[in-house]
Every structure is written in structure tokens, then in C-alpha cells.
Design a protein around this ligand. Structure first.
Ligand code: 7TS
Length: 414
């Protein structure tokens, strides 16, 4: 007889790993419902970075002395950990960048400037975060290529049946889409978009910044050509992220940033580029940050991605259910079974910033604004929303405190 173990997680126990929860805000315990903006850090990540600074710190890929070799090993070991996280075929294809935004800019500049021109099209989506929208709009503009948007329906799900119409009249060269929407939590069918892109000879650029913290991101299963993530959204430090790209594309691309470390030989007239990944890693690497990133990945593996996904799904269903009890709240986005742990909503007659302010007095932290998705806000017919987002340390009681706060906000402000 075979049994399938159902992976679960114990959020109250995991909270003890995160020093931030020891602190009070306005005299209240912290209900941190803004992990989609950036996640909190477990002690394991903070300690890994401190230990690196205390025992193994020197600049990498330069020194011949033992300490420099230790630092280089730490950086390259971290790269291997990120490779494993993404199931990338080779660590050469994993480039450390500052964040997902920089990773996408790298592709837009280094691939886009050389490969786009008049008659070509870049197809992004109405759901995109500005990070996977503005670089493409800009590079399309600079190269004379067209920039088109795949629309969403009223629930914020991509309308794949509009793809061919969106692509009419041009040669699609780039399809740029997020794996999970940061505003609505929508989980996008990137595998299908990638197949559609490849049928047309286009590249697929997947923004996995909001997916990688919460679910397994397997670059080979996604079928994308480039995938960008940020460490800070997945319990890692700020200042580091990763771009995965197919080696055959990266090898043919011009560099993005230029300077130290990324060269093979510098002549007075002309310079040749180093091997992957170094060609795309100009300057001193984010060494301690990469070590923290790897510690975060190890931490998440320890908790288990299946357990994280299940936990968030339960919280999302619970939150949507609680919000549905409030006739004066409008929630946006698809049903709980088709989204990650993100809930966007508005309280009738109250500006989202005022709602967030009232909640803050009770120690409840949510985000209010356009969430770097102005095109999506226009599509939804709003200028801003409130957004609560959940992670492995979120407990139901925090959602109850959110709902209590909404009652209060309505009473005081509506
Ligand atoms: N892509 C998505 C889907 C995101 O959610 C974000 C950040 C980014 C890209 C950019 O990440 P960065 O690390 O390069 O800044 N999203 C948010 C958010 O939802 N609230 O604050 C930042």
C-alpha cells in the first residue's frame, strides 16, 4: 500500500524563526500582511550572512589567497543552490542581479536592442508589474517595434483566446508575462504562453518574482527562455536576485553592464567578453547577499514548497470568504483555487491609503496603492486597491484582525 504524505506547515511555530515578530507596533503584535512587497527574514538567513562576513569575506574571483577562495566558493555554492531551486540545466545560466527588475532590464536591453526592429512586436499583459512592462515598452519604442497587451477578463485572468488578434499585423519577437500577478494573485498559464511564443519564433520572458516565493518554479517545465526572481520576496536579503536564461541565447547576447570582471581581454581599441555567467556580472558581486539568498532557499526547501502553497491557498480561501461577508467591500481577482496568497480589495467610499492607515494603528500592515500596476488598475476602473498578502508565517488570526480593522475603517471614515 502506498500513502501520499500531505505536507503541512505549522505557521505559529515558523513565526518563531523570524525575529521581527518579537517586536510590537503601536503596542500591538505585528500582523504582517505585506509579504508580496517583501518577505520577512528568518534567523537562518541573517545568521548565514553574519557568519559569511565574520569568517569568509573577501572579494571573489580575484584573490589567490585562502580567504578569497573561501568567499568565491561561498558565492559559487550559492549559485548552485539557486540553480537547483529553478531546476536550471547549468549554473552558467544563473546570473546574479540586484533584483527581478534588473534581470528583466538585462534581457530588454541586451536581447531587445539587438533583436527588435520595425514590424516586430513585444506582447506583454495587462497584469504586468511595471518591471515587466516599462522596460519592454521603452525598448520597443527605441527599436521601432510595436508593444501590445494581452487583455485580462473581469476576474483578472488572461484572455488567451485574444492572443492571435493581439499579434495580428506584426512578427511577435517577445512574450513577457508574470507567473503570478502581484496585484491579484492570478496564476498565469505561462507554459501555454511559452508554447505560443515559440510557435512564432519569439522568446518567452517570465517574471517569476511573485511565484518563486510560493511555488516551485521549474524553468524547464515552464518552457520560458528567461526567468527573473528577487531574493527579498522569498525570505532572502534585499539587493540580490537571479536571472536564468538559456545558454544559447545568453551566449549570443551583447553584455548589459560593462566594467570589471565581465571581460576576457581589454585592448586599447576593443574588449572581448568573459564566459557565462561572468559576462553579465560586471563589478563586485553581491556576495553576502548571495549567501543569504542560498540560506533562504534552503529554509524554504526545509518548510517545503508544497506545504507553503497549500497553506497560502487555505489562507486565501479563508480571507476571500471573510471579505465576502462584508457587502461594502469589493474584492478583485479570480477564485481562491486559481490564485496565490494575494487578496486585493476596496472599501466603499474609503481611500485605500486611509484604510491602511487605520489598520496600522492596530499593528496590521497591508499595502495600499497601484502596486506598480497602473495599466491593470485602469482596466479594473480604480486608481488603487488595498492588498493583503500571505506567506508561510501568516496565521488566520491576522486575517481576523484585518477584517476587524476594516469594520473600524468603515465606521470612522465611510
Ligand atoms: N515583478 C513582480 C510580479 C513583482 O511583484 C515585483 C515587486 C517585481 C517584479 C519587482 O521586484 P523587485 O525586487 O525588482 O523590486 N512587487 C512589489 C509589490 O507587489 N509591492 O512592492 C513590490
Amino acid at each position: 500500500m502506498t500513502t501520499t504524505a500531505v505536507q503541512t506547515l505549522d505557521a505559529p511555530r515558523l513565526r518563531a524563526d523570524f525575529p521581527i515578530f518579537e517586536q510590537r507596533f503601536h503596542g500591538k503584535p505585528l500582523a504582517f500582511l505585506d509579504s508580496a512587497a517583501s518577505a520577512q527574514k528568518p534567523r537562518a538567513v541573517i545568521d548565514a550572512m553574519s557568519t559569511f562576513y565574520e569568517t569568509s569575506y573577501a572579494n571573489v574571483h580575484r584573490g589567490v589567497y585562502q580567504l578569497a577562495e573561501m568567499a568565491t566558493e561561498a558565492l559559487e555554492g550559492s549559485r548552485e543552490t539557486v540553480r537547483g531551486l529553478l531546476n536550471a540545466p547549468s549554473a552558467r545560466e544563473v546570473i546574479f542581479v540586484r533584483n527581478a527588475t534588473e534581470g528583466i532590464n538585462l534581457v530588454a536591453y541586451a536581447w531587445g536592442l539587438s533583436n527588435l526592429g520595425p514590424g516586430d512586436l513585444v506582447v506583454a499583459t495587462e497584469l504586468e508589474h511595471h518591471s515587466n512592462f516599462v522596460p519592454w515598452q521603452y525598448i520597443a519604442g527605441r527599436t521601432g517595434a510595436g508593444f501590445r497587451l494581452l487583455p485580462v477578463d473581469d476576474e483578472g485572468e488572461l484572455q488567451l483566446n485574444a492572443l492571435d488578434a493581439v499579434a495580428a499585423g506584426g512578427t511577435v519577437k517577445v512574450v513577457a508575462a508574470g507567473v503570478v500577478s502581484n496585484s491579484l494573485g492570478t496564476i498565469n498559464p505561462v507554459e501555454r504562453l511559452a508554447a505560443w511564443a515559440h510557435e512564432r519564433g519569439a522568446i518567452m520572458v517570465a517574471d517569476a518574482a511573485q511565484a518563486a516565493p510560493h511555488r516551485r518554479v521549474d524553468v524547464q517545465a515552464l518552457g520560458a527562455d528567461f526567468v527573473a526572481i528577487s531574493a527579498h520576496k522569498m525570505c532572502g536579503p534585499s539587493g540580490v536576485g537571479a536571472l536564468w536564461g538559456r545558454a544559447e541565447l545568453l551566449e549570443r547576447m551583447e553584455p548589459f553592464l560593462l566594467g570589471g570582471h565581465m571581460i576576457r581581454a581589454v585592448g586599447d581599441e576593443r574588449t572581448t567578453w568573459g564566459e557565462l555567467p561572468h559576462k553579465f556580472e560586471a563589478g563586485t558581486a553581491p556576495m553576502a547577499e548571495a549567501v543569504g539568498f542560498a540560506a533562504a532557499v534552503d529554509y524554504l526547501h526545509g518548510v517545503g514548497f508544497d506545504a507553503i502553497e497549500r497553506h497560502e491557498h487555505e489562507l486565501t480561501a479563508y480571507a476571500l470568504g471573510r471579505l465576502a461577508e462584508l457587502p461594502w467591500v469589493t474584492a478583485y481577482g479570480p477564485p481562491a483555487d486559481r490564485r496565490a496568497g494575494i487578496v486585493s480589495f476596496n472599501v466603499d467610499g474609503v481611500h485605500p491609503h486611509d484604510v491602511a492607515q487605520i489598520l496600522d494603528f492596530d499593528g496590521v500592515a497591508i499595502r495600499a496603492g497601484h502596486h506598480c500596476c497602473q495599466p491593470l488598475m485602469r482596466r479594473l476602473g480604480v486608481t488603487a486597491t488595498n492588498r493583503a498578502s500571505f506567506y508561510l508565517y501568516t496565521v488566520r488570526e491576522e486575517i481576523d484582525r484585518l477584517v476587524e480593522g476594516l469594520h473600524k475603517a468603515r465606521k470612522v471614515l465611510a
